[in-house]
Design a protein around this ligand. Structure first.
Ligand code: F0G
Length: 449
């Protein structure tokens, strides 16, 4: 019996190619034309429930690890492998918090803003959703060693899942480009960490080469099975909203895996008749790493039914190379200028009538401080979604009474340096520096405000 389900297959996203492959292969890019691959399904062969609320029954069966998992609870919607290969370490126990105080900051009406806290995952970021799915595929194809390039969270998550599955793990990170919380996780979880003198885009190039030469299993979001796991973030948002779709999803954009996965999730749910409308999506870059924003808003790059104007992208990247451009933002997680999922993201924008914006580091840090003060805290890249929402409100793109879900992608403790600097150095309007005090009771009492 094949290890993968007969219902699933991989397909090149390039409409002029459209080559298909079974899911028993770890290829990551179309061997015929080099484009991205999708994991697709023959839905009639999967027992997809007639309505989304049927998935809620699995809550009553939480002693089964697959029903407990916030990814595999929705397994019929990502049915590419048999249960025996499915990996879970309890990912996806995240919450959607309604937050009126953050809503007030972004000028959204009370009761309408929700924050999806992906920092509550085992390794502290949304990546674990994707790794549960991708490591299941890795096990299914018999992989022994894994690798990734990372701005930090991918390496933390890969390292954690790799040792849980007994795979070796090598993480490529840009030297000095990764927040300490994340680097400490990769080391602690036993990964081999290779610090390359370069940025994320350099690491991404190197890891693909190394993986194809040495046959390592690649865990970046080029891997279509990772995106299948990340679709479930959207299912959980809908689940918490009583199986209703919000008006907007707002997500930071780096390598564009999340936005691509979310667009695919909604396309499929609509196709299956499980939702009656698709929400709009806003993807938020940092201004120091704003390739998507530039290409979509200034160069007018479109999905165009899959016939993406390749010349616009090639010219853009050639210019980056000519200028020796390297992206810079305090939101190091999204410090990426050649996002590998660009085309899938254009498709998601098409599906979700999406918009793209870029926000400054200052806007990101202020928004992060507001989430810290009134929410559960998040890392800088995650706060780009709140800063982006504020901008979209100011621009009148989003109305105050629309129902909005912002994805807070990573935990506040991932990058304490940015937080401490913001407060200590009084960098923004919400800075809350500590008060120096002599070691004297009376003097201390005088200082209590
Ligand atoms: N937020 C956080 C906290 C991230 O770690 C990342 C990506 C993103 C947002 C962007 O998500 O790539 O799906 O658009 N981090 C990757 C990494 C690149 O290596 O950890 P995306």
């Amino acid at each position: 019996m094949p290890k993968h389900t007969d219902a699933a297959f991989q397909k090149c996203i390039n409409p002029e190619c459209g080559a298909e492959f079974d899911c028993g292969q770890a290829i990551f890019k179309c061997p015929q034309c080099g484009e991205l691959l999708d994991a697709l399904y023959d839905w009639d062969m999967l027992e997809v429930p007639a309505k989304l609320s049927d998935f809620g029954r699995r809550w009553a069966n939480r002693d089964n690890p697959l029903d407990f998992s916030g990814v595999w609870r929705f397994r019929e919607l990502l049915g590419f492998c048999h249960d025996t290969y499915k990996v879970t370490i309890g990912e996806g126990q995240t919450i959607l918090q309604q937050n009126d105080l953050v809503a007030d900051y972004v000028k959204i009406k009370p009761g309408r803003l929700y924050l999806q806290y992906e920092g509550l995952n085992p390794s502290g970021s949304f990546k674990d959703n994707g790794m549960a799915a991708a490591f299941s595929h890795a096990k299914m194809v018999g992989a022994k060693a894994s690798a990734c390039a990372s701005t930090g969270n991918t390496s933390a998550s890969v390292a954690l899942y790799a040792h849980s599955c007994g795979l070796k793990c090598t993480a490529f990170v840009g030297s000095g480009r990764i927040a300490f919380g994340k680097l400490s996780q990769a080391m602690d979880y036993g990964a081999q960490t290779i610090q390359i003198r370069g940025d994320f885009d350099d690491c991404m190039r190197q890891v693909q080469h190394v993986c194809s030469e040495l046959g390592l299993y690649l865990l970046n979001s080029l891997n279509p099975f990772r995106l299948e796991g990340q679709k479930t973030i959207m299912y959980r948002i809908i689940e918490t909203l009583g199986w209703e779709v919000p008006d907007w999803i707002i997500v930071p954009g780096g390598n564009l895996g999340n936005s691509s996965a979310f667009g695919k999730a909604f396309f499929e749910l609509k196709l299956l008749g499980l939702i009656d409308r698709v929400p709009r999506m806003a993807i938020i870059n940092a201004t120091g790493a704003d390739t998507l924003n530039d290409l979509v808003n200034n160069k007018k790059l479109l999905w165009n039914n899959g016939s993406v104007n390749r010349k616009i992208i090639d010219d853009y990247y050639a210019d980056l190379t000519d200028r020796s451009f390297s992206p810079h933002t305090c939101a190091s997680a999204i410090e990426i200028s050649r996002p590998v999922n660009l085309k899938k993201c254009l498709r998601a924008i098409d599906i979700c009538n999406g918009v793209v914006r870029a926000v400054t580091d200052e806007q990101i840090c202020d928004a992060k401080a507001v989430v810290g003060k009134f929410g559960l805290g998040c890392e800088p890249a995650s706060a780009a979604s709140i800063a982006g929402l504020k901008l979209l409100r100011e621009q009148g793109i989003i109305d105050p009474d629309e129902r909005i879900a912002c994805v807070l992608t990573g935990h506040a403790l991932k990058d304490p340096n940015v937080t401490v600097n913001y407060h200590n150095k009084k960098q923004g309007q919400f800075s809350n520096p500590p008060t120096e005090a002599p070691n004297d009771f009376d003097e201390i009492v005088k200082l209590i405000s």
